[in-house]
Design a protein. Structure first.
Length: 490
RNA sequence: GCGGGAAUAGCUCAGCUGGAAGAGCGCCACCUUGCCAAGGUGGAGGUCACGGGUUCAACCCCCGUUUCCCGCUCCA
């Protein structure tokens, strides 16, 4: 059993060797926190996103209430722009929270970092009775701007007035379109809006392969519901999202669902749970977040109506500046919902299942990597590397292999390949020994190998080899389509 | 941001005291075999991370930079 640091190195090495993940801009020396997906990686990640979209949106049944819940619900999708009006990030609170002036102390033995606006109330680590800068040894740097949002300029003119940001999350694109969806999609509460897209955060320390990247892809749902039903829906989404990972193969003890403690909750949240995976690069017993499912109350829609909110006891209130005006005003638009059942106008509550596509892809790769041994022709066990990816996620669904390059086997195999290719990503390979070709497909995670042999030519049957067991069944070529469909779609 | 380590072929790594750039695997072609990797012959692939410096001569020594790893720090 391979684990820990050793497993990380093997997974990273396999990702490079087989074309799953490359470092960005590698020929120029690389760029920290950015990654490229190679020919197999793009298939894996696309399959993952497709599985999410199919399971959450496209195949969602709008007419049936989930067991134990008060009503059915609708699901619709959205694809919003990466750059949005700068006021979006000010009203949402990201601008203030992601944006700090920091001061470092260069003194030997100190090296501490302080928020420039909190120097007076901070304590010098070398002399805790004094504030930073008051001790004789202190060597404070100038205040430097740390902005975890990527800044850019709209239009060719570089000018503070044209500053904007690459979105640090996809969620805000959904909230600012709440009215549009309500007005056009004929949805009523409760309903969810789903979006998959890139987000950008200027992480201080990108680390652990693709786990903490500066450019990453999110799969987010904002689920809007009546305040009185929000707790039930929160539990529904929390359990459903956990089960989704299990169904796709993260079924080991390395996956867990963890409810946040009350002191861990964000200022707006009244309940959050994380789906976490014990990534092999983390210390024993530690887990990394794959997805957060947050009960956000009415925080988001209110923020975009009124402006940036802050907590005041049990309440969220509009933050005001010295002159009493909103610190960061909202849109001023009415984002309330008229409930036909009660005749009341309400601010819907939001449940937000927010998943990281890259983190999920990495977890599935780590979980799938395994080494075993299978007997050679003399019965001697020989080592093997195999990616036991769920067939829905596997980059290549099947490989079609002529046993030899003679007697018309390649021609028949290519015919089958072309037929299957119309429905799935399948590979054709005639190079090297048959055992070598099986191993190549095992390393790429291909769940099935279809082999054309002499018997195929005489009676139209082929063998289908299973990646995980290496067992083969012989079936008529005419039944291949059905056989593959059953294995891939379950 | 701080401290430590590392960087040589697609991957894993050798390379002595400074003196002609290497191996295994992988990849390509041909031959052989024909249902579970590594049989034969041949081949492609390297500005030894990048930029300076020392030296008759640098993968090797020195300085700087970048990236990765480890530990702090940070983590909406």
């Amino acid at each position: 059993m391979v684990e820990g640091r050793q497993l990380v190195e093997k997974v990273v090495s396999l990702c490079k060797r087989r074309g799953f993940i490359f470092q960005s801009s590698e020929i120029y020396g690389g760029l920290g926190g950015f990654w490229d997906y190679g020919p197999l990686g793009v298939e894996l990640k696309r399959n993952l996103k497709d599985a999410w979209w199919q399971d959450m949106v496209a195949r969602h049944d709008d007419t049936t209430a989930p067991e134990g819940l008060p009503s059915p619900y609708s699901m619709v999708g959205l694809d919003t722009s990466i750059i949005m009006h700068p006021q979006v990030w000010k009203a949402s609170g990201h601008y203030d929270l992601f944006h700090d002036l920091l001061v470092d102390c260069k003194a030997d033995g100190c090296k501490a970092r302080f928020r420039a606006d909190q120097l007076d109330s901070s304590h010098c680590p070398l002399k805790p009775s004094k504030a930073p800068g008051e001790h004789s040894a202190c060597q404070l740097t100038e205040a430097r701007e740390f902005n975890l949002m990527f800044k850019t300029y709209i239009g060719a003119l570089v000018d503070p007035e044209s500053e904007s940001y690459l979105r640090p999350e996809t969620a805000q694109g959904i909230f600012v379109n709440f009215k549009n969806v309500l007005a056009t999609a004929r949805v009523r509460l409760p309903f969810g809006i789903a979006q998959i897209g890139k987000s950008f955060r200027n992480e201080i320390t990108p680390r652990n392969f693709t786990f903490r990247s500066r450019e990453f892809e999110q799969m987010e749902i904002e689920f809007f519901c009546r305040p009185g039903e929000s707790s039930a829906w929160y539990e529904y989404w929390r359990d459903r999202r956990f089960a989704w990972y299990v169904a796709l193969g993260l079924d080991s003890s390395r996956l867990r669902l963890r409810d946040h403690q009350s002191d861990e909750l964000s200022h707006y949240s009244c309940g959050t749970a994380d789906v976490e995976y014990a990534f092999p690069f983390l210390p024993e017993g530690e887990f990394g977040e794959l997805e957060g499912i947050a009960h956000r109350g009415d925080f988001d829609l209110r923020s975009h109506m009124e402006g940036k909110l802050v907590r005041d006891g049990d309440e969220l209130i509009l933050q005001r500046d010295e002159s009493g005006r909103p610190r960061h005003p909202g849109s001023g638009k009415d984002l309330t919902y008229f409930d036909d059942d009660t005749g009341e106008r309400i601010v819907p509550h939001v449940i937000e299942p927010s998943a990281g596509a890259d983190r999920a892809a990495l977890a599935f790769l780590c979980e799938a990597y395994s080494e075993d041994a299978i007997p050679d022709e003399k019965g001697v066990p020989q080592p093997r590397v195999v990616l036991r990816l769920h067939p829905r996620l596997a980059p290549v669904k099947a490989a079609v292999l002529p046993l030899t390059r003679k007697e018309g086997m390649p021609e028949l195999a290519q015919d089958l390949y072309r037929t299957l290719k119309q429905n799935w990503n399948v590979a054709y390979d005639e190079k090297g020994s048959i055992g070598r070709r099986y191993r190549r497909q095992d390393e790429s995670g291909t769940p099935m190998c279809v082999t054309v042999d002499r018997e195929s030519l005489s009676n139209g049957t082929v063998t289908v080899r299973d990646r995980d067991t290496t067992e083969q069944v012989r079936i008529p070529a005419a039944e291949l389509h059905e056989h593959l469909a059953e294995r891939i779609n379950g």
